[in-house]
Design a protein around this ligand. Sequence first.
Ligand SMILES: Cc1ncc(COP(=O)(O)O)c(C=O)c1O
Length: 401
Amino acid sequence: MYHFADRWSTEAMEKTGVILNNLFSAMSDPTLVSFGGGSPAKEALPVEILQRISQAVFRREGRGVEALAYGQTQGLTDLREIIVTQLLAPKGVQTKIENVMITAGGLESMNLMCQVFINPGDVILVEDPTFVHCTMIFQMFKAKCVPCPMDDHGLVMEEVEEKIKQYHPKFIYTIPTFQNPTGITLSQERRQKLAELAETYDVIVLEDDPYRDIRYSGHDLLPVKSFDRVGNVVLANSFSKIFSPGSRLGYIVADEQIMAKLFDAKMATNSHCSKISEVLCAEFFKQGYYPEHLKKICQIYRERRDAMMESLDAYFPAGTKHTYPDGGLFTWVELPGGINTTELLAESVRHCRVAFIAGEGFFVEGNGKGSNAMRMSFGNVPVDVIRSSIKTLGDYICAKL
Ligand SMILES: Cc1ncc(COP(=O)(O)O)c(C=O)c1O
């Protein structure tokens, strides 16, 4: 008989765990076409570039020792300089390398923020729907996730303000650009307003922005962090979608006082990230590969997005609604006719060999919300397979109706 920690025994944790397990089992079956996970395209991984970079790194005069030895907790200095100058400054975020820490991906940033701030019972406002993996992290720290409504332009600010007054949350967790799971983007005015609310009510906005660079139509928007005047916005970003998810690299940008605590939490967790990953990533940017690479991957995703949009319009039943993302990897589809997508998923896997994620799991309070919805990720499926699989699934749904 094992006596696991109390944090594992909540009903919310169990529910979220089941959703995540289902998600990963659908992703790992190679005989299925999966629109389930948020993986980048394999064609978008810079394999050949890294072959060249790593050979140079591991030559005697290269950076091999740095890559293989213990290193600084906050991460390689040159990688943090690249983040400040190449990734943040052009987006209107003026900061110093002391305010940036490398993390083992966006998920570790969420974990560290919870370690630093969350007591059991603290409230975190989350988008409704939201990214289920982060919900699981918040629940692991026994936070209460309170959903906040969104419309086509993201979180509705009047509702955010109401909920701040009602619940006094520790964080407002938002994915402002090409949101997971909906693909919706928070408008510029609302980004500014959110930073103002964080200041007025002294609450932290946790801005999770891993998709922002993968934009292939529309105009770039400034991060919420760029409007932050008092240090109440903490920005988490990731190299998973623009470089490599397997390298497990991300970064967090925060005010000095918060950074000092994040530093201690990181030290107490794993001391620092993989220096091999950090060195390879730093060289990738320093040697100027990123702009061309980004152009290439945006082209891949634009074609896949277009194929997905055209196929949904052509083959799904009349009355289907879907978002039209300007970037990122996801679209959110709502079906007509009372179809339950959790049941549909089981049928689709059996009869069509096509997987997606049913919508219900993305809503923290359940109540049947999202029961007609599905998250479709087009990032990791080639154009011709998108067309044929969406046709197969669409035909199946039409026949069902
Ligand atoms: C909104 C969001 N945040 C964080 C992550 C996790 O990213 P990472 O691979 O950097 O841990 C993802 C990955 O899909 C995501 O969609």
